[in-house]
Unconditional design. Structure first.
Length: 241
């Protein structure tokens, strides 16, 4: 039975439960999701609520409905994204996809907020370059990032990223041919409106969020990034070295 949680729609709670059951392999080997009637009885809700949850999961690409045959799990392997000392999107995903694309959504000159200044070891109000980018693998959106770079060192990095579609190559073009991952913080949240629009998710989908700091070989911070990954498409492997 479902617990009525204040502020969280029942269909969203049920979608989360079904998503978790699919990830855990709780349903039978045929790949068929239990019927709306069975799900409604097990969750203690009406079939309309279950139908809304399944529709949201279908929009995410997790299940598909076949008229007269029921609802089936879409068996798509997740991309495995390694996080280690040298975390690189292209290298990490590259051997799992035929086509990788980085799209620059926006670029702005800003002054560092308290959080950005703390990560980049700058003074609050110091000039920074902010880039918003979307990355796709084989046509599927797999992350959206907001990244900050010290302006004094990375003037023009947005154009380098636009041309190369790679942060690693853009950094190299700005005089940083190698860099290291110093910190990665990971959390999980429900999708926000921008996630829904840019990552093609349904409201309530689970998103993995990383806050990460990259440094140059001398230990100087060069990039602070907040990146959001759809949990049904990407998993993390934490690696030493």
């Amino acid at each position: 039975m479902m617990q009525r949680q204040k502020g969280v729609a029942l269909w969203r709670q049920i979608a989360d439960r079904i998503r978790a059951s699919i990830a855990a392999g709780d349903y039978d080997a045929t790949g068929r999701v239990p019927t709306e009637m069975v799900l409604a009885e097990s969750f203690g809700v009406n079939r309309h609520t279950v139908r809304a949850a399944l529709a949201a999961l279908a929009q995410e690409g997790i299940v598909r409905a076949e008229q007269g045959k029921g609802t089936w799990i879409e068996r798509r392997d997740k991309f495995d994204f390694p996080i280690g000392l040298r975390t690189r999107f292209t290298q990490g995903i590259g051997d799992q996809a035929r086509d990788l694309k980085g799209v620059l959504l926006s670029a702005e000159a800003e002054t560092a907020t308290a959080e950005t200044a703390r990560w980049l070891k700058l003074d609050i109000g110091a000039p920074v370059r902010r880039l918003d980018a979307l990355r796709k693998a084989d046509g599927r959106a797999v992350s959206r990032s907001t990244m900050w770079f010290p302006s004094a060192r990375f003037e023009g990095i947005e154009e380098a990223f636009r041309q190369t579609e790679s942060i690693t190559r853009a950094l190299s073009a700005c005089g940083v041919p190698d860099y290291l991952r110093e910190v990665t913080e990971v959390s999980a949240v429900h999708a926000e409106p921008d996630d829904v629009a840019q990552l093609a998710l349904s409201p309530g989908a689970i998103v993995l969020v990383t806050k990460a700091l990259n440094i140059d070989p001398e230990g100087v911070p060069i990039q602070f990034a907040i990146t959001r990954f759809p949990a049904d498409r990407v998993q993390f492997s934490i690696r030493n070295g």
